[in-house]
Design a protein around this ligand. Structure first.
Ligand code: SAH
Length: 343
């Protein structure tokens, strides 16, 4: 029988799960706190040894372990390949900025959204990650940070977070729990390919993280050439969902735009500016990271600069995402892909 993961439970649920052990409330609390500090059963030193052994037989403590890691010589960025209890593997990226560590986490094993430029989706979606497995990535990464903990999280690894809605919301509540890692929701960004109805529902969830929308195009025709999801939800519907998110949370939305050979002409910038006019937003351009086996090529440097200027001219706030870990398979899904190919 598969062991149950305790890390994804709220304190009340943990108490309920452990009722048969007839533990005093303080013990359950200790277990919760240990788990959320990243400890395994062996490390829960103020628990009776017999109890630790019993728990070990039935439960998983930390479901994510680091299988392989690559450190960038350019900027210290670490790419990790993690192992899950069922033998699947996922990946993550740990980046060091002046304000601390930012971790990019995955929400699914693979992805089923099919974006043409993305490596994560090449073999489809194997399964959703549990809340424990999303949280476990943070604990695993915290073993690499010399005591300083990850302070910012971006849900931009493999998977579509809003396609794993309940587990992602549970993760957000747990990672921001005052007795857990207590990472503020303001320090967390969730990126979506634009599942409009889910975005609206998420606006009402009371979890005001920064919402990033993978836009990548100024109109539906172009967007459909890159993102199959654009055949399901029209850009206007998705932008309306963004407006709703802004209205409900008071937070600006970030638009991600991976510049490549088909979406980076000055006319595209002008059209994009017109579409976004009046919105409380910010555009993050990403030079497209070319992926083996994928046909789209990145835009050249001159096109990137020009594109940004065209947006600025029209008073759209825009920055370029720093390219980190360029020497270590930086783009989503590439490390896992290479690993699977080797097996
Ligand atoms: N499924 C979510 C989050 C995962 S990807 C989403 O679609 O937003 C995080 C970001 O990286 C997305 O904006 C995605 O479109 C982008 N991305 C994926 N592959 C890329 C590549 N090869 N080059 C540049 N950006 C890429």
């Amino acid at each position: 029988m598969e062991k149950k993961q305790l890390l994804g439970l709220f304190p009340e649920e943990l108490a309920e799960e452990l009722t048969e052990y007839a533990l005093p409330a303080f013990r359950v609390r200790q277990i919760f706190q240990w788990l959320h500090r990243g400890a395994g059963f062996d490390g829960m030193t103020n628990l009776p040894k017999a109890l630790r052994e019993q728990l070990k037989e039935r439960y998983v403590d930390q479901p994510v372990s680091i299988l392989e890691k690559k450190v960038s010589r350019l900027d210290g960025t670490v790419k990790m390949l993690y192992a899950l209890p069922d033998g699947n593997c996922i990946e993550g990226v740990l980046m060091r900025y002046h304000h601390g560590y930012t971790l990019c986490v995955s929400t699914q094993v693979g992805c089923r959204m099919g974006c043409v430029f993305c490596a994560s989706t090449l073999n489809g979606c194997v399964r959703n990650l549990t809340a424990a497995e999303i949280l476990g990535q943070v604990h695993a990464a915290n073993t690499l940070t010399d005591g300083e903990r990850v302070s910012n999280i971006v849900l931009m690894g493999s998977g579509e977070p809003l396609d794993n809605y309940d587990n992602v919301c549970r993760f957000l509540r747990l990672v921001s729990h005052p007795e857990g890692l207590n990472i503020g929701l303001r320090h967390i960004s969730l990126s979506t390919c634009g599942l409009a109805p889910r975005m609206r529902r998420f606006a009402e969830e009371g979890l005001p993280v920064t919402l990033s929308l993978s836009l990548h195009a100024p109109n539906d025709a172009l967007r459909r050439r890159m993102m199959p999801v654009a055949n399901v939800y029209k850009m206007e519907e998705v932008l309306d969902a963004c407006r709703y998110y802004i209205e409900k949370t008071g937070r600006r939305v970030i638009f991600e735009y991976a510049l490549n050979e088909i979406n980076s002409a000055p006319e595209h910038a002008a059209e994009l500016a017109a579409r976004l006019r009046g919105m409380q937003c910010h555009v993050n351009v990403i030079p497209l990271n070319a992926v083996e086996g994928k046909s789209l090529r990145g835009a050249d440097e001159a096109a990137i600069v020009r594109f940004m200027q065209e947006l600025e001219k029209r008073h759209i706030s825009v920055t370029r995402r720093r390219e980190m870990g360029d020497d270590i398979d930086g783009a989503c899904g590439q490390l896992r892909r290479h690993y699977l190919e080797e097996q």
